[in-house]
Ligand binder design. Structure first.
Ligand SMILES: Cc1cc2nc3c(=O)[nH]c(=O)nc-3n(C[C@H](O)[C@H](O)[C@H](O)COP(=O)(O)O)c2cc1C
Length: 225
């Protein structure tokens, strides 16, 4: 659709114009006041920060963050992500030897670093999380499927975390530049979880003054079949 014909107004207006189900009156629990600003906050203006403010991230905010992340969809509600919040400078110092050199400074300066991990035995929770089927046995009998499912869904949950953090006013700096085996050994061996990626979290003092790197256009990245 050409941009001059794109619908305007709130996100709910747009949803209503596209989706006949959404054109029904919103239920009382549906956020009616969502505006285009939300898209700016989460996508258009959000950047990976260049400097953190000194403001700490209260534990209550981390709880709120998790309470949003856990609601994002996962296949069969499998919820394999496990999060380790490194709040103290000491804990991030312990992380230092596992970090790529380019990630050390930003990580030590960040108020919190999250290890986004997955539990390879996530399926043990399925009798509670997905009681409508015998889902535990699908994965217990096929560890390749279990690993693929854990990785896919925990990665998604890490993505939900980035977007939820932005909505809570935080900035997020994801990182894959680290030694996963070291992180697993140093931080996750007790639980048997496996690290997927890291996210520095905090309040941004400064966003980069360099323009955002280009993205692929719709025509380059998408097919309409
Ligand atoms: C999975 C993932 C891994 C990343 N790894 C690193 C990293 O190791 N070091 C780093 O400085 N930035 C890392 N980034 C940050 C990206 O380079 C940055 O978010 C991206 O360039 C978008 O920048 P923008 O938010 O300014 O548009 C990573 C981002 C993602 C999503």
């Amino acid at each position: 659709m050409a941009s001059d014909t794109a619908p305007t107004g709130s996100v709910t207006d747009r949803a209503a114009s596209l989706d006949p189900i959404a054109s029904e009156p919103p239920s009382p629990r549906m956020p009616a006041g969502i505006s285009d600003d939300v898209l700016d906050i989460v996508f258009r203006q959000a950047r990976t920060p260049s400097r953190w403010s000194d403001a700490p991230v209260p534990q209550a905010v981390l709880h709120t963050l998790y309470d949003l992340v856990k609601l994002g969809p996962t296949s069969g509600n499998c919820s394999p992500a496990r999060l380790v919040f490194l709040e103290s400078r000491d804990s991030r110092e312990r992380l230092r030897p596992a970090l790529s050199s380019g990630n050390v400074e930003a990580t030590l300066a960040a108020p919190v670093t999250v290890i986004v991990a997955q539990d390879p035995l996530f399926y043990e929770q399925l009798p509670r999380l997905y009681p409508q089927a015998e889902a535990r046995s699908w994965f217990a009998a096929d560890l390749g499927l279990a690993d693929e499912t854990a990785f896919r869904n925990a990665t998604l949950q890490g993505g939900y975390l980035i977007l939820a953090a932005r909505l809570l006013g935080l900035a997020a700096w994801p990182m894959s530049g680290f030694d996963a085996a070291k992180v697993d050994e140093m931080f996750l061996s007790g639980q048997g979880w496996r690290s997927n990626f890291l996210i520095n979290l905090g309040y941004a003092d400064e966003l980069p003054d360099t323009p955002r790197a280009p993205r692929l256009t719709f025509d380059e990245a998408c097919l309409l079949l």
